[in-house]
Design a protein around this ligand. Structure first.
Ligand code: COA
Length: 139
């Protein structure tokens, strides 16, 4: 029997998951964020194994989530949805009114299911060779 739980974790706990899932060809340094220590990080666990991570950065009544990743073998099982719903509830509880993210274009259909709307044109970060779009939800 698997027990699923979600709890706050420390930034360094997110780094190996971020690296494996999002940037497997890069060094772990690449997945650290300058202000990681200012973020609130959440992890979804299957028993004691960390499966999915997401990080929230709040400023006033706006916030942005970043580095959302579910271990490859566990994707498509609804864990990401549970974690994102948890984060949205937490943000609401914190008084956040607008929640933003820079979505990988490949993940935009996923975010739309949560009521997020596209709020920019498609763009690229030069060094990453990947397409993104800004997405937003009013809470
Ligand atoms: C995006 C991600 C975090 C979602 O986590 P997950 O645990 O796989 O998500 P879930 O299993 O909860 O998926 C929920 C639903 O969204 C769908 N879905 C998941 N990823 C999707 C995608 N990229 N595009 C469209 N639909 C997607 C699932 O099929 C499922 O659909 P259903 O509810 O109709 O069955 C995960 O796919 C991931 O780590 N991707 C690689 C890294 C990444 O792109 N991160 C986001 C950067 S912005």
């Amino acid at each position: 029997m698997y027990r699923i739980s979600i709890r706050e974790i420390k930034a360094p706990e997110t780094w190996p998951v971020r690296q494996r899932v999002m940037w497997p060809d890069k060094d772990i340094e690449f997945v650290k964020i300058d202000n990681d220590e200012e973020g609130i990080h959440f992890g979804l666990f299957e028993n004691d194994t960390l499966i999915s991570v997401i990080s929230l950065f709040a400023k006033g009544d706006e916030a942005r989530f970043r580095k959302f990743a579910t271990e490859k073998d566990f994707q498509g099982k609804g864990y990401g949805a549970r974690l994102l719903n948890f984060l949205i509830d937490e943000a609401r509880r914190m008084g956040i009114k607008t929640l933003n993210c820079d979505a990988r274009l490949t993940a935009a259909p996923f975010y739309k299911k949560f009521g997020m709307k596209e709020s920019s044109e498609v763009f690229t970060y030069n060094e990453r060779g990947m397409e993104y779009i800004k997405m937003q939800i009013k809470l």
